[in-house]
Design a protein around this ligand. Structure first.
Ligand code: SF4
Length: 373
């Protein structure tokens, strides 16, 4: 059940909050998939089974010609293979969605689309320096939903300075009824070195409003319940049967290979690897057939902490036996805290499984920290 992730490091504009690896320049863009394909061929011998999922993320993969994506998918089919029924996702930005691209994406074998709508408010989109308007998103969605993709995901941002509670309610009302099968909703965060963080430091924009973010998250939970959607991961919701398979594999520590600058890989056991976050260095490495990356062997504590952080975010929760197998003393050390959290209704603790309650989900980071070693 291995997944293949392909990082496309190009964007039209730099969104103010973004700390992913990308460039708004165009170097190598027209033939970027050639480098990805070479990296794939170099690494494939370590990965034997056909892929269960493919995910083109970024950056903005919809900026690349669809033919390049299609040629790469065909190459993977013939080398390594792709399982029948595999989920093949493409992240797209609304401004790239048109009938011609949709046709080509489908021909390429893409069966799941994740569209970066983020907001339906033009003032907010401008403040975040997004390259599209709300009207562009609505037309893009209409086209995508009439095109027969197996699943369409909507990316939304909540809790920003520019989003009122009423506007968020209207967005949620629309999102749960517009016809998509999946929603990813993330609180706006101010990451170091982003323009948003600089603007906050300069006093041009106020700091994040934690209370507003909590209110927006509660509304998200409320609308999900009301519409009988599964809130299966803190930031991810879906109609039953439409959980994102690729991302679920990350959260369940399944193996995945990441290609492209800054992409991460995991062998499903203890070894992580992270590609260089520099396009030129990445290309140089691939041209010499010596990809540049850092490798990390997770210690017992790293492994346990990752389990806690990822599994607690899932509705099915954290199976504590997975931790005891590595650290039998963890229970003794943490039992008092676990019981207190349970009494305070932050978690459910049953059958060796810890599940965050709706109240606990608001404090997930703090709860994870308490349980970490
Ligand atoms: S389009 Fe996506 S990856 Fe590119 S800058 Fe904006 S948020 Fe970041």
């Amino acid at each position: 059940m291995s997944g293949l992730y392909i990082h496309i490091p190009y964007c039209r504009k730099a969104c103010t909050y973004c700390n992913f690896h990308f460039t708004t320049g165009g170097s190598y863009r027209e033939y970027f998939m050639k480098f990805i394909q070479t990296e794939y061929d170099l690494l494939l011998p370590d990965w034997s089974e056909p892929w269960a999922t493919l995910y083109f993320g970024g950056g903005t993969p919809s900026l690349l010609p669809a033919e390049q994506l299609g040629a790469f998918i065909s190459h993977v089919k013939m080398n390594g293979g792709i399982q029948t029924g595999a989920e093949i996702t493409l992240e797209v930005n609304p401004e790239d969605v048109n009938e011609e691209n949709i046709k080509k994406w489908k021909q390429a074998g893409i069966n799941r689309i994740s569209v970066g709508v983020q907001s339906l408010n033009d003032a907010e989109l401008q403040a975040m320096n997004r390259a599209h308007s709300a009207a562009t998103s609505l037309s893009a969605l209409k086209l995508l939903l009439n095109s027969g993709f197996e699943s369409v995901n909507l990316d939304l941002i909540y809790g920003s300075h520019w989003l009122s509670d009423d506007a968020w309610k209207k967005t949620l009302l629309w999102a749960f009824n517009c016809g998509v099968q999946h929603i990813s909703a993330y609180a706006l965060t101010s990451e170091p070195k982003t323009r948003l963080q600089k603007d906050i430091d300069l006093g041009k924009v106020p700091p994040m409003d934690d209370d507003k973010q909590a209110r927006h998250f509660e509304l998200l939970q409320e609308y999900a319940d009301r519409n009988k959607w599964l809130h299966y991961e803190i930031s991810n919701l879906c109609q039953p049967g439409f959980e994102a398979k690729h991302n679920s594999n990350y959260w369940e520590n399944k193996p995945y290979l990441g290609l492209g600058p800054s992409a991460h890989s995991f062998d499903g056991k203890r070894t992580r690897r992270c590609n260089v976050s520099d396009n030129q260095a990445y290309v140089n490495g691939i041209e010499k057939r010596q990809p540049i990356f850092e490798k990390e062997l997770l210690s017992d504590n790293d492994f346990i902490n990752e389990l806690i952080i990822t599994r607690l975010r899932l509705a099915k929760g954290l199976i504590t036996d997975l931790i005891s197998e590595v650290s039998p003393q963890w229970y003794q050390i943490k039992m008092q805290i676990i019981l207190e959290m349970s009494e305070n209704k932050l978690i459910l603790f049953e059958n060796n499984r810890i599940i965050l309650t709706p109240k606990g989900r608001l404090l997930s980071d703090a709860i994870s920290r308490e349980l970490m070693v």
